[in-house]
Design a protein around this ligand. Structure first.
Ligand SMILES: [Zn+2]
Length: 173
């Protein structure tokens, strides 16, 4: 158990505990033949609670990151399995951008972050964990969290608590 750090909201600081995360249970499991399912293609087939989905749009959806850099770390994923920003249609790019802004509004409502890191890693060499399926990171930041982040970057979140955070954000969305 990592000790809470000043500047982190108490009710989310308790999230950081080692545990297997829920929606990974089926990730990369071979589905017959040699097919391996992409986690960002699989998540939308689950219901919102099981998939930890915060919101669904027409071309993209919002999900809790299972490997968060900070509490409330969200991913905006296209439904389509494409890798690159230039592969997206204008409608997809616009919706991902709109959902990114709405994620910031929602996180400010729920947990009052002082700032955000936003970004897309393009290609495995850039650090993308799932390079073949485009996703936009929305990472809320609080004053004093910088020393905390290297710790939680290697720590998994208890599914039940990640699920509570999802519920709060989905309700506020
Ligand atoms: Zn995919």
């Amino acid at each position: 158990m990592v000790e809470p750090t000043p500047g982190m909201p108490d009710r989310w600081a308790r999230l950081w505990a080692p545990h297997r995360m829920e929606y990974l249970k089926g990730e990369n499991r071979p589905l017959g033949d040699n097919d391996v399912i992409c986690p960002f293609c699989r998540v939308p087939t689950l219901d919102d609670q099981a998939g930890l989905i915060v919101a669904r749009g027409n071309t993209a959806y919002v999900v809790m990151n299972l490997y968060p850099y900070n509490a409330g770390h969200l991913l905006i994923c296209a439904y389509r399995h494409v890798a690159d920003l230039t592969d997206l249609t204008k409608e997809e790019r616009d919706e991902i951008s709109d959902m990114t802004a709405h994620a910031m509004v929602t996180l400010r409502k729920v947990s009052s972050p002082a700032g955000f890191n936003l970004g897309m890693n393009q290609g495995a060499i850039s650090g993308a964990g799932v390079a073949e399926h485009i996703h936009q990171h929305v990472v809320p930041r609080w004053s004093g969290d910088a020393n905390f982040m290297p710790l939680i970057g290697q720590t998994k979140v208890m599914p039940v608590l990640l699920s509570q955070t999802r519920d709060e954000l989905a309700a506020a969305w």
